[in-house]
Design a protein around this ligand. Structure first.
Ligand SMILES: [Zn+2]
Ligand SMILES: [Zn+2]
Length: 403
């Protein structure tokens, strides 16, 4: 690859690069035309270069968040381009450079508005403004009635082919969730597969047998492991004895299945984070924020989903929860916090932790050729972190995010 533009190369140096399989000390990363051109040690620098000093910290790929609802007071389901931009910008400050805005339960019109707003922002955004939308995660409204969680119950329904075909026709949906036990789930999965989506089962009380049918229709991922999903105990209530295997056993036993965890330290105790890492490994486990609009906002009451009729949740500044009950209602922190927690609370190495925050979600969601690791030819989505893994600088396609 040769330098074809007159713009100076972006050169990030004096840090330890985090590669997918190892650390590279004293690294130099050269980016040209929004792409990574070279990675090495003691490289000869191009004559015209904009030097960025990593000050002895880490140089990592930008994070990829495949499950995220909002931030800085905006929820993607607000359905306006302004709200979408606000949330994407909030997450970019926390190191997310590739984002999959995620729907919740809501009316068909609210979903249409959300998808249209994401298409508009995806088309009009310039590098450096905000996290880049790689596609939408179509998540609600096809949840199981007994696993709706903190989402608005009125906006839940069974899959409706006429409705979801309209949504898929926007072309922006890259990840598609449906509870496997719902009538019409398999037809939904087959349509999503035809569209090339990563197909996931979430907010579901599915049995092993239902998961096996879903798998045959193309389902390969499960949303936020251990949250709003079936267990042996929940299936015993549904079917009695003999006790049945659940989504948990199906994912752990099947090497083609991946999943994700909310590693904010509030949803899962450290031993469950360690268990997920050890059982699934960094190739099958993604870190997600599942953050709602309270990220970046003071503690208080916020709507989850649309600002007009989403259900109320509360944030104490550490996590979201359902008022009065104590049930959790998604996170209020960025992927940088999840990365620090995984490093501090589990035995995963730093390259493995960064893998789970970037390359694994990128590959599972079908954008692994473009982003996800520091490699020649990939988009120059690069972070500078300090030794405590705090985000210091964010580059999107080689353009620095103004923080
Ligand atoms: Zn959820
Ligand atoms: Zn969610």
């Amino acid at each position: 690859m040769s330098q074809t533009t007159n713009e100076p190369a972006l050169v990030i140096h004096n840090g330890t690069a985090v590669l997918p399989d190892r650390l590279l000390p004293d690294a130099v990363i050269v980016c040209v035309g929004g792409r990574i051109q070279r990675i090495g040690q003691a490289l000869t620098l191009p004559p015209k270069a904009m030097l960025v000093d990593a000050k002895g910290g880490y140089i990592t790929p930008g994070f990829v968040d495949m499950h995220v609802h909002g931030g800085d007071g905006a929820d993607f389901m607000d359905g306006t381009a302004d709200a979408v931009r606000t949330a994407c910008r909030a997450h970019a400050r926390h190191g997310t450079t590739t984002i999959f805005p995620t729907t919740t339960t809501g009316s068909p019109e609210q979903l249409t508005a959300m998808l249209d707003a994401c298409v508009e922002v995806q088309r009009s955004s310039t590098a450096g403004d905000e996290a880049r939308i790689a596609g939408v995660h179509f998540y609600g409204p096809y949840f199981a009635p007994d696993k709706v969680g903190c989402h608005s119950r009125a906006g839940r329904r069974d899959p409706d082919a006429a409705e979801y075909r309209r949504h898929f026709a926007t072309g922006i949906i890259r990840i598609a969730t449906c509870a496997a036990e719902l009538p019409g789930a398999e037809a939904f999965y087959r349509e999503a597969k035809r569209r090339g989506c990563l197909i996931t089962c979430g907010h579901s009380n599915a049995s092993w047998a239902e998961m096996a049918r879903a798998f045959r229709a193309g389902m390969r991922h499960v949303d936020h492991f251990w949250c709003a999903m079936s267990s042996v105990a929940s299936l015993r209530q549904r079917f009695g004895t003999p006790m049945q295997a659940s989504m948990e056993q199906f994912v752990l036993a099947n090497p083609e299945m991946s999943t994700e965890i909310i590693a904010d330290g509030c949803h899962l105790a450290p031993e469950l984070m360690e268990f997920a890492y050890r059982q699934l490994g960094p190739q099958r486990l993604c870190l997600v924020t599942d953050a709602n609009r309270a990220l970046g906002m003071p503690p208080g009451r916020y709507r989850f989903g649309s600002e007009t009729d989403g259900d109320w949740i509360e944030s104490d500044g550490r996590v979201g929860y359902v008022p009065g009950g104590g049930a959790l209602a998604s996170s209020v922190v960025g992927l940088d916090t999840m990365v620090r927690n995984m490093k501090a609370m589990t035995s995963a190495s730093l390259p493995e932790v960064i893998h789970m925050a970037s390359l694994t979600p990128a590959e599972r969601a079908g954008v692994g050729n473009e982003v996800g690791c520091l490699a020649r030819g990939k988009r120059a989505d690069v972070l500078v972190l300090n030794r405590q893994l705090k985000v210091k600088r964010v580059f999107l396609a080689g353009a620095e995010l103004l923080r």
